[in-house]
Design a binder for this molecule. Structure first.
Ligand code: UTP
Length: 302
């Protein structure tokens, strides 16, 4: 049984990065959107750092057409390293090496981008019969507000699957998967009774939106194999989670961790710009100068 009494430690993280990234065209014509820089690191590096920080050092990336840049970023670059060594630039050398030392990286291709659910299903042979985490590159979680580590802890306590939830303005719920929930003894944990993808405000069972972090029971793979394409002709992960939530016998219960920390949505152009401004302003090295400039700019423009 996958949801047995003794929890097995979670070791593997899956990062789907095979989407078309149409909202960022033309930047994403030849570059995966996960490689777009957030200040001076590609968005995907923050996500791999988060997985490694939660103790998940086996990372499987689901890639699509433009996978080269992703693979190269997490690999060594000896030419660059030797040039920086010759120059004696230890700081930049350390920054270049950082990404290749984070985790053991694996890659698998999703031939056709048939939806997030289908991307997760591509991880089945690598993951096998153990619970695993899924992290979406669009959601950047501030490293000062650890979410994944808490989700892993909740999965080890409750078994089954765990999704990350965040309260949103009811007017915005149509942009997200939405959860019908009941309280548990833990203040930040809810039991999920149902899930619906991108509901209209009047149909939404709550204002709790699913954000891009999941810890899943491997039973999800069998469910995904049987899940018909849903919204947009894509195989939706939310539909498979709804099947799990509707019948605990399939893969154990589904719980949600209600996240109250800082999250940046880098999949949307406007939010991406806000994320860069906020993160740059908070940086010790860039922040002071940048904020001085920003104050002047705002005073001039407004
Ligand atoms: P999105 O819904 O944001 O789609 O996918 P997208 O193609 O990346 O971006 P837009 O909307 O066209 O701009 C959510 C996550 O699921 C992955 C994406 O890479 C992203 O991390 N995904 C989506 C896949 O890996 N495969 C798919 O078939 C679809």
């Amino acid at each position: 049984m996958s949801n047995s009494a003794t929890p097995r430690p979670i070791r593997k993280a899956v990062i789907p990065a095979a989407g078309l990234g149409t909202r960022f065209l033309p930047a994403t014509k030849a570059t995966p959107k996960e490689m777009l820089p957030v200040v001076d690191k590609p968005a995907i590096q923050y996500v791999v750092e988060e997985a490694a920080g939660a103790g998940l050092s086996d990372v499987l990336m689901i890639t699509g057409r433009n996978k080269r840049a992703l693979e190269d970023h997490f690999d060594r670059n000896y030419e660059l390293e030797s040039a920086l060594t010759k120059k004696g630039d230890a700081d930049r050398l350390a920054r270049v090496q950082e990404s290749s030392d984070l985790a053991t990286m694996h890659y698998v291709r999703q031939g056709d981008p048939r939806g997030l659910g289908h991307a997760v299903l591509c991880a089945a042979p690598h993951v096998g019969n153990e619970a695993f985490a899924v992290l979406l590159g669009d959601d950047l979680i501030d490293p000062r507000d650890p979410l994944l580590a808490r989700m892993v802890e909740v999965q080890q306590t409750y078994g089954g699957s765990v999704v990350a939830l965040m309260e949103v303005d009811p007017e915005q719920i149509h942009l997200y998967g939405c959860a019908a929930v009941e309280a548990t003894a833990d203040g930040d944990v809810v039991k999920i009774n149902g899930l619906v993808e991108k509901p209209a405000t009047e149909d939404a069972p709550s204002n709790l939106a699913i954000i891009g972090r999941y810890v899943l029971d491997p039973a999800v793979f069998e469910v995904l194999r049987k899940t018909e394409p849903g919204r947009g002709g894509e195989i939706q992960l939310t539909d498979a989670l709804q099947t799990l939530a509707a019948d605990e016998n399939v893969g154990g219960p589904v719980h949600g961790v209600v996240f109250k920390g800082r999250r940046y949505d880098t999949g949307d152009r406007g939010d991406y710009l806000k994320a860069i401004v906020r993160l740059a302003a908070e940086r010790a090295d860039l922040g002071p100068d940048f904020k001085t400039w920003l104050r002047g700019y705002v005073a001039e423009e407004m």
